[in-house]
Design a protein around this ligand. Structure first.
Ligand code: GDP
Ligand code: MN
Length: 401
């Protein structure tokens, strides 16, 4: 589960990570008020930042033509105008795809003058099965690009999860980042705070890009987390009830939300052949074989090992809501699953939705004869597939016709 920058910053700030002062808002009027009070407190430049679950906002463009999802302004009036141009509009960035994301919230915060941009991240290294802290002196740009061009400017520190981050490790990263003098202690404290946030929230990723050296009001250099991207591990959310409240359904595909209500594993793709399959491995194999015969899957859908009739009906309703779907392939291997439950679910779903698209069904396993009888007696036009390859070929042909 991804969360917004403003939410990530709250979690980080609660653990001692320094962030620019500011607030989140949903109206241009409120943005103006926040800016006015920041200016009254002595801020000379104000950052207005679109809150969407995607990066690259700084270089993004709104569908209205307005340039920049992160902008700096000098007056409360300019902030008001900028916020009006962003709120309620769709921002397209390198990471959103051409459809973009609707901006509903903004951070309005003090924008300090940046001395240097650095990079800091905590993630799980699947290779060593350990948390790793990644840092780079090249902040503000894609870390993938830095890794490709100047890999020697990326530093890694592997953490023993039983011991946690050791103070010497935090200091070592601070020194590798080029921090000197008082900034080493600040850096170690900030790095420790970011690591603690990662560990305590069961995050899978925290990325601070850029982490900035700024010159504070007292003319001394200060380290500040200017941006924060954070993903939480879905499998740990059961023990993080307060974090579950940070979920923003507005950022998730509506069909995927509907599917999650029925415990269905659904991911929308951009092809034309919908698949309804039990088991994630079989679902992936089904997508592969559709591609093999020249078709393109419209979704990944795993109804699980022991789906009920209600789940199958819901699964059908969900895949049919995708207007790109031109045919459906049901591929069920009944190990635990009773094929007749699936067949009953299919029959009632097709009747309920009045579906007219070609439907290819391949059933195999537990109680398959009863399942086939149910389908035959349903009076529906169903193309039956004898094997997985046969079913895939038939659905690709039916959609092409
Ligand atoms: P992203 O483009 O979605 O990663 O959004 P960021 O929050 O990283 O902002 C993009 C860029 O805008 C940063 O790399 C900075 O160069 C600049 N920027 C963002 N916030 C501030 C700020 O408070 N002060 C200054 N001077 N620049 C900022
Ligand atoms: Mn960034």
């Amino acid at each position: 589960m991804n969360i917004h920058e403003y939410q990530a910053k709250e979690l980080l700030a609660a653990r001692g990570v320094v962030i620019p002062r500011g607030s989140v808002c949903e109206t241009a009027e409120h943005a103006r008020e926040i800016a006015a009070s920041l200016i009254a407190e002595g801020e000379t430049l104000i950052a207005v930042k679109s809150q969407i679950h995607a990066g690259g906002r700084g270089k993004g463009t709104f569908k209205s033509g307005y340039k920049g999802g992160v902008k700096l302004f000098k007056t409360a009036e300019e902030v008001h105008a900028g916020a009006s141009a962003m709120l309620g509009n769709v921002l397209v960035t390198k990471q959103t795809g051409p459809e973009g994301r609707l901006v509903r919230k903004l951070i309005v915060a003090g924008a300090p003058a940046i001395e240097k941009e650095l990079y800091l991240a905590v993630l799980l290294d699947r290779g060593s099965s350990r948390p790793v802290i990644m840092a780079s002196t090249e902040g503000g740009m894609d870390i993938e690009e830095v890794a490709a061009r100047t890999p020697e400017r990326i530093f890694k520190e592997t953490i023993d999860p039983a011991v946690g981050l050791m103070p010497y490790q935090a200091r070592r990263i601070a020194v590798q980042l080029g921090l000197r003098g008082d900034l080493i202690a600040q850096g170690a404290k900030l790095i420790t705070g970011v690591y603690r946030t990662w560990a305590e929230t069961d995050a899978s990723l925290i990325e601070i890009n850029p982490l900035c050296i700024i010159i504070g009001a007292d003319a001394k250099p200060k380290l500040v987390a200017l941006d924060a991207k954070m993903s939480l591990e879905d499998n740990a959310l059961f023990r993080q009830p307060t974090l579950l409240e940070l979920r923003d359904l507005g950022e998730e595909a509506p069909l995927e939300i509907e599917a999650s209500k029925f415990n269905l594993n659904y991911i929308k793709l951009d092809g034309t052949i919908a698949c309804l399959v039990n088991g994630a491995g079989l679902a992936m194999a089904t997508m592969d074989i559709i591609q093999h015969f020249g078709g393109r899957p419209a979704n990944f859908l795993d109804v699980g090992g022991g789906a009920s009739k209600e789940q199958v009906t819901a699964a059908f309703r969900i895949i049919l809501q995708d207007p790109n779907v031109k045919g459906i392939l049901v591929n069920i291997f009944g190990g635990i699953m009773d094929c007749n439950v699936i067949a009953t679910g299919i029959a009632s779903a097709v009747k309920e939705t009045g579906m007219k698209l070609p439907l290819v069904v391949r059933l195999e396993g537990n109680n398959v004869q009863a399942g086939k009888r149910t389908l035959a007696e349903s009076g529906l036009t169903i193309i039956s597939g004898d094997s997985m390859a046969d079913a895939a070929r038939k659905v690709v042909q039916a959609v092409a016709a």
